[in-house]
Design a protein around this ligand. Sequence first.
Ligand code: SER
Length: 320
Amino acid sequence: MKRETILVIGANGQIGTALLPRLQEAFGFNHVIAADLRHPKQEQGRFELLDATKIDELATLVQRNRVTQIYHLAAVLSAKGETDPLWAWNLNMQTLLNVLEVSRQQGVKKLFAPSSIAVFGEQAPKLETPQTTALDPATVYGISKVAAENWSLYYHKRYGLDIRSLRYPGVISYQSMPGGGTTDYAVAIFHEAVQGNSYDCFLAADTLLPMIYMDDALRATLELMEAPADQISVRTSYNLAGMSFTPAELTASIQTYFPHFITNYKPDFRQGIADSWPKTIDDSVARQDWGWKPAYNLPRMTEEMISQLSAIYQPLVQTH
Ligand code: SER
């Protein structure tokens, strides 16, 4: 088997942090290069500093290491993007175009560049949002992801680039604190609950949103990347579903472990973003094309988050 060399851009982020060990396991520890703007708190293997907005830096890194696959995970998320729209647009688009162009020039064999439920806006059906529908996003993050999906399709059709993508729902994980997303309440809430605190939620109690547990998100990513190219009918980005729930339902699920846990609802500007997104997702095309099936529902995800975060916080709590 020919050895692959995998480059993960934005490796310190929520998905990168959890994906790295999986890729190291699959391709060999020394065959995965993590890259980000800053050194991670804990290095997990090969690491390179990279500003992916600079095409020359990226080109040199790919060439020097003979990179064969790229996971492009660097992006400014929805809520953070709204604080500085042009900065978010420039960063999201420049990094994507650089990755596409360097991949084309250097013959990178496979590329993963995720999209998001944020591509959907007012005109898309909110329930069982279909794979193909109107895309009129309300955020600059969503606009950049719609553009990214179309650029990906363009590079695939025009240059034959094997680029694959998923429209991630809100990703829930214990490995790192996510930054700047509208769905991130569903991560922050667990950190407060296991420390015995209450949680001030920036969304209303009945805000139904599509979510996925990290384990499912990683498995979907790796299964999509492993699928034979002729099974990939979607070169913009696949709809992907895990579960959907509201803050009130999540709170009730956490209360089965911590009966006194309380959520206070203080919706802010992020409510408008959440209201523009789907409530549930139809991912039947992913299921048909490459056999996608989620494994985590709300109770199973809650159990796993609480057990993992309790193990992380327990020693800290005891030393105080
Ligand atoms: N989790 C992302 C966000 O909230 C959606 O892709 O911005």
